[in-house]
Design a protein around this ligand. Structure first.
Ligand code: PMP
Length: 286
């Protein structure tokens, strides 16, 4: 059975899931998206992802031609059509077909598509031993440009930082904001632990309000671990006891080296492990 893609209300074969070259999603990155995950057939935090998608669309004045519950049903239908229980789900809304000019009002109707696929994970050793990352020279979008809270189809800044990471022989890069404070990584939020307290950059630092980030904060609070959303410098990362990244696909990934500085004792720390285990339990709990 071939892979089915949900495209504008129909489940079509992968080969037939096509978008016009005149779609402004392609011409200008004019669109929004979500990356979601299902565990044993249950979609994790679907409501929150759909809400963020609507917020992103609203932020760029793009009307999604479906109600939230219709979108949720479309996600479920796509998973079912592909017989997938543990999956990565990509929901994309583009401005649709328009002219070669920028004017979004000349685009006829938004395109909506949903792809469900197997999850691409970091290798298991990285969860055991931790990840090495660098700080990228490319900074995160200024919040008064395309605000990083908008999960838009224009990820070029992050792609440039990702290229820096790959050039340095690593898999991820920390991006700083326009003030030089730590924002987040190219596809994940960032946390550190210092003296038993969990720190993460505030939303105002110009980051995506990650759904995994929110869950980790909630778990830490349940565990009685103090959480502070504060501006962090590169130096704060270097002197941290522990560091980890969070994201839908990656879940919780320990970081053990940043810009060649060893973090803590160079191994995933105890608080990172506790939070990761509990996150794992909650995502898979029936
Ligand atoms: N930051 C960026 C830039 C991202 O693209 C993502 C999602 N891949 C995240 C953080 C993590 O967000 P979430 O936990 O909602 O997947």
């Amino acid at each position: 059975m071939g892979q089915k893609v949900w495209l504008n209300g129909n489940l079509v074969e992968r080969e037939d899931a096509k978008i016009s070259v005149f779609d402004h999603g392609l011409l200008y990155g004019d669109g929004v998206f979500e990356g979601i995950r299902s565990y044993s057939g249950r979609v994790f935090r679907l409501k929150e992802h759909i809400r963020r998608l609507f917020d992103s669309a609203n932020g760029i004045r793009l009307g999604i031609p479906l109600a939230a519950d219709e979108l949720a049903k479309a996600v479920a239908d796509t998973l079912q059509a592909n017989g997938l229980k543990d999956a990565y789900i990509r929901v994309v809304v583009t401005r649709g077909v328009g002219t070669l000019g920028l004017d979004p009002n000349r685009c006829q109707s938004p395109a909506v598509f949903i792809i469900t696929d197997r999850i691409e994970l970091y290798p298991p050793e990285l969860y055991e031993n931790g990840l090495e990352i660098i700080t990228a020279a490319t900074m995160r979008n200024h919040p008064n440009a395309v605000n990083p809270r908008l999960k838009s189809l224009n990820y070029l800044n992050n792609i440039l930082a990702k290229i820096e990471a790959i050039d340095a022989g690593t898999l991820e890069a920390v991006m700083l904001n326009h003030q030089g404070f730590v924002a987040e990584c190219t596809g994940d939020n960032l946390f550190i632990v210092r003296d038993g307290v969990l720190f993460t950059p505030p939303i105002a630092a110009g980051i995506l309000e990650g759904i995994t980030r929110d869950e980790i904060i909630a778990i830490a609070e349940d565990f009685g671990i103090k959480v502070r959303e504060e501006n962090l410098t590169r130096h704060d990362l270097y002197v941290a006891d522990e560091c980890f990244l969070t994201g839908t696909a990656a879940e919780v990934v320990p970081v053990v080296r940043i810009d060649k500085r060893t973090i803590g004792d160079g191994h995933p720390g105890p608080i990172t492990k506790r939070l990761a285990e509990e996150f794992h339990r909650r995502t898979r709990a029936s």
